[in-house]
Unconditional design. Structure first.
Length: 136
């Protein structure tokens, strides 16, 4: 843009362009500062981690309770059905049920994640308490 165009009012002046660039830079800087402040807020991040871990642990416990209830109902039904049969049928039903219960126990043992989450939540809680006491 030439000086004649600027003088005739055909476009923004160089000063206006610089001011607009400054406004945009300030807005971007403000967003960057907010992002850094959020990352630096260790207490809030730790509290969120505890909340998340507690929720996951609660869901895992609930799922395990439902699975145990389902297995217990199945055992009850099999035992009731086997009681009307012969002793061999009862033994077979008990063996099958014992294998299924053992399989369910092994499956639960292979998934130690809920306990790890509970431990992580407890550790985060202890850290929050210790950090809170140091600030006083």
């Amino acid at each position: 843009m030439t000086g004649a165009d600027q003088a005739a009012g055909n476009g923004p002046s160089e000063t206006e362009l610089i001011r607009e660039e400054i406004r945009q830079t300030r807005a971007e800087l403000g967003e960057t500062v907010e992002a850094l402040a959020a990352k630096a807020d260790v207490k809030a991040r730790a509290e969120q981690a505890v909340t998340d871990a507690t929720a996951r642990a609660g869901h895992a416990v609930s799922d395990a309770a439902h699975r145990a209830g389902d297995v217990a109902a199945e055992v009850k039904n099999r035992v009731a059905g086997a009681a009307s049969g012969t002793a061999g049928e009862v033994r077979h039903a008990m063996d099958t049920t014992a294998r299924e219960v053992a399989r369910a126990g092994h499956a639960a043992a292979r998934r130690p994640v809920p306990w790890a989450l509970v431990a992580a939540g407890a550790l985060a809680a202890v850290l929050l308490i210790v950090l809170g006491r140091r600030r006083r």
